[in-house]
Design a protein around this ligand. Structure first.
Ligand SMILES: NC(=O)c1ccc[n+]([C@@H]2O[C@H](COP(=O)([O-])OP(=O)(O)OC[C@H]3O[C@@H](n4cnc5c(N)ncnc54)[C@H](OP(=O)(O)O)[C@@H]3O)[C@@H](O)[C@H]2O)c1
Length: 410
């Protein structure tokens, strides 16, 4: 019997927010369809192809931009295509010609499958990267923040977060773009601080010796998490009416490095607190992604029309502030060194993990993506598309790699 493969197809442009409905006769941004794939138990896998089963699908705010931004670092997803995305997969079939020293049945990998349950992939690194060598894959009890020291061994899902795009973004953004130097820089401020990228930035700032690490986040619980679990010196709930006063009080020596994940009013408020020669790391602007601007298109917005511009930009001149944008892929050649640091810090408990795992299978992805814009997550957001034991997605809330999970090896 061929495998039934659920896929989410980009069907309608967001207007401007994503509509998470996945019914075929609705008006959702994505539509659920099914296709069939070879059953590796009986069918031959096409030559030089690898058949994978999606386990954990990464959700990222940039996905909103991929739908409509015309001139960006990556081409937009076209209407009618499977939504772009990557996740942690299990290799379940190998075609003739595949190097079995490199790819093995049962092995975990990070793969660019798109939003679907199964995929047939070529062997190039952009499509699939086997994970490993990993010591073991940990179990449910080690999910969430983990113990304070001697964090359990590296987990497969770490390759979507601390050892994946968001961790690398934090590393290169803070250390290379922000040029953090503890002998000179005292105060670091991070927006979106309880999210996947922000929480790693703050922890790197701590371990590199920043005197004052301040995070901005959207709930009291997130602020408590930042201070109590991650060791931030101060966390400010930007939904408090007096958050700007709190920011002023928290930055008596001004801000040396600001890591911006959100843009908009928070970026502007931080500019008012910029120290001389401060570096503003322009990583993301999630508060502006749903403005309907299409950046380079000939759409109704005429390009960047809906985006809130900077009001306090004269601070850039008077305080000689550097605002620098970057895309993590610019640093691809330097990933190995960064991963060496990040994995050591993770294993030593110097960086703690936090995952926001959404149950409900592939169908839950659109609502999960919308949830990023509503701040539903703490830490890295991912959808459990299938459980490791192979029983498919479940509705329970615990997150696990089953204890029988195979050890991933190269
Ligand atoms: N430059 C690069 O190469 C690169 C690479 C990866 C990611 N990024 C960017 O980095 C940022 C963080 O990405 P992530 O994957 O780590 O996501 P994330 O921080 O885990 O999740 C997004 C968070 O943004 C916050 N948020 C949503 N709407 C907001 C608003 N209007 N104002 C302020 N905060 C808002 C929410 O938390 P609250 O509850 O605190 O609001 C939410 O939890 C994004 O802007 C992303 O595009 C850039």
């Amino acid at each position: 019997m061929p495998l039934t493969n659920k896929q989410l197809i980009y069907t309608r442009k967001p207007t401007p927010s994503i509509n998470p409905s996945v019914t075929s006769n609705g008006d959702g941004t994505f539509e659920l369809r099914t296709s069939t794939f070879p059953d590796p138990a009986v069918d031959a896998i096409p030559e030089n192809k690898i058949l994978v089963r999606m386990l954990y699908l990464s959700l990222d705010p940039a996905m909103r931009q991929w739908l409509t931004a015309k001139r960006s670092y990556i081409a937009p997803v076209k209407l009618g295509e499977i939504m772009r995305g990557q996740g942690i997969v299990e290799i379940i079939g190998l075609g003739k010609g595949i190097d079995t020293n490199k790819f093995k049945i049962g092995q975990y990998a990070r793969a660019a499958t798109g939003w679907q349950e199964y995929a047939l992939l070529p062997t190039d690194r952009n499509a699939i990267e086997p994970l490993g060598p990993l010591q073991t894959i940990s179990t449910a009890s080690q999910a969430s923040t983990g113990p304070k020291t001697n964090q359990p061994q590296i987990r497969a899902t770490d390759f979507l977060s601390t050892l994946g795009t968001t961790g690398l973004t934090a590393y290169f953004g803070f250390l290379h773009v922000g040029k953090f130097d503890a002998s000179r820089d005292k105060t670091v401020v991070i927006s979106g601080a309880a999210g996947a990228t922000g929480m790693v930035v703050g922890q790197i700032a701590r371990l590199k010796g920043a005197k004052r690490v301040i995070g901005l986040a959207g709930t009291r619980v997130k602020c408590e998490f930042l201070v109590n679990e991650l060791g931030f010196d101060k966390a400010i709930n930007y939904k408090d009416t007096d958050w700007k006063k709190q920011l002023l009080d928290a930055t008596p020596e001004y801000i040396d490095v600001y890591f911006d994940n959100v843009g908009g009013e928070i970026l502007d408020a931080c500019l008012l607190r910029a120290n001389q020669n401060a570096r503003f790391v322009m990583c993301g602007a999630i508060s502006q992604y749903n403005t309907g601007s299409d950046f380079g298109g000939a759409g109704k917005s005429g390009g960047s029309g809906g985006v809130r511009g900077l009001q306090n930009y004269m601070m850039i001149i008077s305080q000689r502030v550097t605002l620098q944008g970057f895309i993590v892929f610019d640093y691809v050649k330097e990933y190995p060194r960064a991963l060496k640091d990040l994995s050591a810090w993770l294993e030593q408990g110097k960086i703690k993990r936090r995952e926001h795992v959404i149950k409900g299978g592939l169908e839950a992805a659109p609502a999960g993506l919308v949830g990023l814009f509503a701040g539903e997550n703490i830490g890295k957001t991912m959808v459990e598309v299938a459980s490791v034991s192979g029983s498919g997605s479940s509705s329970s809330s615990s997150h696990s790699f089953g204890t029988k999970a195979p050890v991933a090896k190269l």
